[in-house]
Every structure is written in structure tokens, then in C-alpha cells.
Design a protein around this ligand. Structure first.
Ligand SMILES: *Cc1c(COP(=O)(O)O)cnc(C)c1O
Length: 354
């Protein structure tokens, strides 16, 4: 194998247990985008063993994939669902999100509308998906009229670091939820918090926390939480080594090198999902030492500086993401975020679970 992703399931377990303990709440693992790149089927199976009772994904296909691979728990779908696909593929373990009147009216046109389980999404300030307060009368009227199976209400925090805004979102959520519960004479499951919220505001947990980042070892808050362990290591092997003299050129773009260097070629490039923008400031780890990326990253390879690194030959292990080179750091040096760095790792890269 020229490059592979190692996923440490013991670390996943320790993150799950830590977030559960510190929040004192149930967790709804978010396994959208192939569990942020870690592999949703295997990760969900592991989390079922740890006690997870409900999962969340972005799209219907992601939910179907889990269902077809033995995940028997409820799965909440956050996002837009195509009505034709819904008619064909709906399954009673899947819960959809109602997020606007127009979407709701479209759903009412399909034959199975009254069989579908729903959670209602409330907009509390992020302005992505969700009902505003002015929609609530009509929403409740339609739910009653068509006897829809609504089971839960939720919203989403837009910036947990902003304490005033987060408190406002929470209060708004509770206020609107109570209006809905009163109109429908029913109590619903409620949830609003994500990983960052779970670590910062225990008082906002409600029935469960929807968490992704923290489980997968990404830091949810600006201040690093040492109890969240790194789960991922993306590794490769040196494919070639070469000595260069000052003035020689390197990579596409013919960058001139300013001193004699020893370089190594690593068979990972942007087509594997490694962030191209990390060409300028990025590095990998070899023998525990930093090796800077030189020149532009290629489609399937990169060049790194190993001038200071002793005792290496072709086939020597390289860590491009993991201990010593965390997703947060790669995000910072390539002007993006840690979630973006890990969720883009191509399916072409083999996942190995330890
Ligand atoms: C992705 C997502 C989450 C999980 O957020 P983390 O910050 O990864 O814990 C929770 N809720 C919604 C609606 C999401 O889209």
C-alpha cells in the first residue's frame, strides 16, 4: 500500500466516553460525510457497541447505506431529500427533518407522507435550515390536519464561542418549542447542542447531543481539550530520495532551491484529498521530525525536505496527518478548518481500523 488511513477505535471509544461523562448526556453520533471521512459503517457499528441509540446523517443515501449494512438504530437525516427517492427508499427507522413550509407542502404530495417520522428544525439565528416563529401557526395546522408523525424538535448553534449569542439561541429554541408543544398538545424530544456545546454548556444538553468533531478527535473549541484524543493517522512510505544542489529547480513552477538539500518523494497528492493549499506552509513527520513540503503538491505525490533527517531509505514510513501534524494545524496553514481537512480524504485511501 502506498498510503493508508489508520483509525484507532480505542481512541474513538475514549472520546465517546469522555464526552458522555463530561456532558452527562446521551449522544447522537453524527456520521454524515462518511463519518467525516473515517468510514460511516464501521464507525457506526463501533458506536452501537458503545451504546449509541440514534445516529444523524446529512442525506437519505447515507441513512440507507447504514440501514443496508446492519445498523438497526434510528437515523436522523438533517438535510434536503429528493421526493422521488423518498417515495422509493423510505424506511421506518429513518427520521426526516421538516425545515420549511414549502418543503413540508411538497412532502404532503407524496403518498407515504403520513408514514414518515419527523423532527422539526427551528431557525434560531444561523439562517441555514429551519422554521421561523412566523411559520409556526401554519406548520402546526398542517401537522394536525395531515396527522404527521412528529417526534422531535431541534436547532443548531452557530458559534458556541460566542456565549451571549449561544444563550440567546437556546432561549429562543425553548420558547418556540414550547409554543409548538402547546399547539400540538404533545411533548417532543429536544436537541440543540453539538460537540463544542457539549464541552462548554452542560445546561443546554436537553435529550441528547449531536456530536461529530469531538468523537473523531477534532478539537471543538479554540482552547485545546487534552481529553479528546487523536483518532486518525494518515500514513505513507517514501517512494524515492534525491540529493539536490543549490540553484536546482523543484516541482511544477520550477521553484529554485536556495541551498543543497536532500529531498524525499511521498506518494500522496491532492487527488487523495490532501489539501493542495498546504503546499506553502505544510510539513509531514518522518522519524518524529518535521519535513517541510517543497514546491507545489502534485496530483498523486509531494516532495518533502529531509536534509536533517537521518537513517531513511525508500519504503520508510511518513505521517502526513496524525500525532505531530494534527488536522487543526493543517487547517490553519492551508487557510481552512480541521473538518475540511479530514472529510476530504478520498475513498481511494484504504481505511485500516485498529
Ligand atoms: C454536523 C452537525 C452536527 C455535529 O457537529 P460537530 O461540531 O461535528 O459536533 C450537529 N448538528 C448538525 C445539524 C450538524 O450539521
Amino acid at each position: 500500500m502506498e498510503n493508508w488511513l489508520e483509525i484507532d477505535l480505542n481512541k474513538l471509544k475514549s472520546n465517546y466516553e469522555y464526552i458522555k461523562k463530561i456532558s452527562g448526556s446521551n449522544l447522537c453520533p453524527v456520521v454524515k460525510a462518511n463519518a467525516y471521512g473515517l468510514g460511516s459503517i464501521r464507525i457506526a457499528k463501533e458506536l452501537v457497541e458503545l451504546g449509541a441509540n440514534i445516529f444523524a446523517v446529512a442525506f437519505l443515501d447515507e441513512a440507507i447505506l447504514l440501514r443496508e449494512n446492519g445498523i438497526e438504530k434510528d437515523i436522523l437525516v438533517f438535510n434536503y431529500v429528493d421526493l422521488e427517492e423518498l417515495s422509493e427508499k423510505y424506511n421506518e427507522k429513518i427520521i426526516l427533518t421538516l425545515f420549511s413550509l414549502e418543503q413540508l407542502k411538497n412532502i404532503l404530495n407524496i403518498r407515504i407522507a403520513s408514514k414518515i417520522r419527523f423532527h422539526i428544525k427551528i431557525n434560531t439565528g444561523m439562517n441555514r435550515l429551519g422554521f421561523d416563529e412566523k411559520d409556526i401557526d401554519e406548520l402546526c395546522y398542517l401537522i394536525k390536519k395531515y396527522n404527521l408523525k412528529v417526534e422531535g424538535i431541534y436547532s443548531h448553534f452557530s458559534d458556541v464561542e460566542d456565549e451571549n449569542f449561544t444563550r440567546k439561541q437556546y432561549m429562543e429554541f425553548i420558547r418556540v418549542s414550547e409554543i409548538i408543544e402547546e399547539k400540538l398538545s404533545k411533548n417532543f424530544v429536544k436537541h440543540i447542542s453539538n460537540s463544542a456545546g457539549a464541552l462548554k454548556y452542560k445546561e443546554f444538553n436537553l435529550d441528547f447531543i449531536r456530536c461529530g468533531m469531538g468523537l473523531y478527535g477534532l478539537q471543538p473549541l479554540k482552547v485545546k481539550d487534552e481529553n479528546i484524543s487523536n483518532v486518525l493517522s494518515w500514513k505513507s512510505k517514501i517512494s524515492d530520495l534525491r540529493n539536490l544542489s543549490k540553484g536546482e529547480r523543484i516541482s511544477y513552477g520550477n521553484e529554485e532551491i536556495e541551498e543543497d538539500k536532500k529531498i524525499a518523494i511521498v506518494p500522496i497528492g491532492y487527488s487523495h484529498g490532501y489539501i493542495f493549499q498546504n503546499s506553502k506552509n505544510g510539513y509531514v513527520i518522518i522519524n518524529g521530525l518535521k519535513a517541510n513540503i517543497l514546491g507545489n503538491i502534485f496530483m498523486d505525490q509531494m516532495i518533502v525536505d529531509v536534509t536533517e533527517i537521518e537513517g531513511i531509505s525508500i519504503g520508510h514510513e511518513v505521517v502526513v496527518l496524525g500525532d505531530g501534524v494534527e488536522a487543526e494545524e493543517i487547517g490553519k496553514s492551508s487557510n481552512t478548518i480541521a473538518d475540511d481537512v479530514i472529510s476530504k480524504i478520498s475513498l481511494r485511501v484504504k481505511r485500516i481500523y485498529k
